[in-house]
Design a protein around this ligand. Structure first.
Ligand code: HEM
Length: 366
């Protein structure tokens, strides 16, 4: 590359200081390298949007195999077919599933949220897609536990069963259906589970928000205020979830590799270089905290589900699951607090879904 660009340390582990980190990233320059395997990031807002808008030059992902289809016409067709299924979920059924999971833990006085959220996100996905329920534990373990072979024969048999069902619902041919089943498991469960976890973590530990919502309260009551507010103002659950998705995007940056050499700020980026578009930087442009005006949560625009041709096909389903699960949680358990310090796991190298939530242990009085 022709010119040097600045390099900075990776994002801090604490979610709130991390938001500020992404917000301030453009101050280092329009192109910033992040050490520790995070790679080269475009930080200029307009340049990020331009890259999103031009998938011909800024090709998504790593390598040559598209997760849906390499042929552009075919991938449009697959996107349309998947969206058709994913945007028509049985909402009462998804709500009942969330309620059942929350009501099972409510009497226990404690839970680990990420496990609960993974259980919910996978149950919801399986029911929307009508996949055989017995395939769920096997496929979830294969995609969430490190070292478990995704090519193990029993995992492949489970994928075949789900692919058969996908072919009953769509015109996706069998040659592609198996890969798309794997994509849906990978793209649809960890993301949503992390978003739910980050949202409940925020409620458990956001004193600024609580102070804003209820000024003048005693520190003793700190932990109850957001849950209390959401319980008293159920109409704010939707806006809160929107803000949680904005502030803690489960995919903080998407990967692109230019199909030709691109010049940016005096730097020549060779074709095929892995470049990241930091969604977390776009999202925090107008603020790195939950936006509240006149005592109401005011959702701001976010790009948590991406933008343009590659925008997430499960965006509506993911957002719905976040709203249902967080809504059911704060309704059944209005007062809760962190039971242990939150530790963010290090991102898995080379994995575009690099920001998975860690374990969040909550406790409450029963
Ligand atoms: C909160 C939950 C979710 C978040 C934050 C999220 C985020 C994203 C983002 C940022 C992208 C774009 C990647 C890029 O531009 O390179 C994406 C793509 C995708 N997402 Fe999601 N997603 C979520 C839930 C889901 C769900 C529930 C499904 C479906 C089961 C899903 C399926 C997909 C698929 C198939 C793609 C690839 C689309 C394409 O290549 O055209 N996602 N997601």
């Amino acid at each position: 590359m022709s010119r040097k660009f600045p390099c900075v340390d990776p994002p801090p582990a604490d979610p709130r200081t991390r938001r500020q980190y992404w917000r301030e990233l453009p101050e280092h320059g329009p192109l910033v390298g992040i050490r520790g395997g995070w790679g080269l990031h475009i930080t200029d807002h307009e340049a990020i949007m331009d890259a999103f808008a031009d998938p011909e030059v800024w090709r998504p992902g790593i390598g040559d195999i598209d997760q849906l289809a390499n042929d552009p016409v075919q991938r449009q067709q697959y996107r349309a077919e998947l969206r058709h299924i994913l945007t028509r979920p049985e909402i009462p059924e998804l709500r009942a599933q969330a309620r059942e999971i929350v009501e099972a833990v409510a009497p226990q006085g404690c839970c680990e949220v990420h496990a609960l959220a993974t259980e919910y996100a996978s149950r919801a996905l399986w029911s929307v897609l009508g996949w055989p329920p017995e395939t769920r534990p096997l496929l979830i373990d294969a995609w969430t536990l490190p070292g478990l072979g995704r090519f193990a024969p029993q995992v492949q048999t489970a994928i075949t069963a789900c692919a058969r069902r996908l072919r009953e619902l769509t015109d996706i041919p069998s040659a592609d259906a198996r890969r798309i089943v794997a994509t849906l498991v990978n793209a649809g469960v960890r993301t949503t589970a992390s978003a739910i976890t980050f949202g409940l973590l925020e409620i458990a530990r956001n004193p600024q928000l609580r102070a804003h919502l209820r000024p003048g309260f005693l520190g003793l009551h700190l932990k109850t205020q957001v849950g209390g507010h959401l319980r008293d103002h159920p109409e704010d659950i939707g806006p809160f979830c929107h803000e949680a998705l904005r502030l803690d995007p489960p995919i903080p940056a998407v990967i692109r590799n230019p199909s030709r050499q691109v010049h940016m700020d005096g730097v020549a980026i060779p074709a095929g270089t892995e470049v990241r578009l930091p969604i977390a930087t776009l999202n925090t442009r107008d603020g790195a905290d939950v936006a509240i005006e006149d005592g109401k949560i005011c959702p701001r625009k976010h790009f948590t589900f991406g933008y343009n041709a590659r925008r997430c096909v499960g965006a509506e389903l993911g957002a719905l699951e976040v709203r249902l699960m967080i809504g059911e949680f704060v309704t059944a358990i209005p007062e809760f607090e962190l039971a242990a310090r939150y530790e963010e796991p290090a991102p898995q190298r080379g994995d575009p879904l690099s920001r998975e939530a860690g374990q969040v242990h909550l406790r409450w009085n029963t």
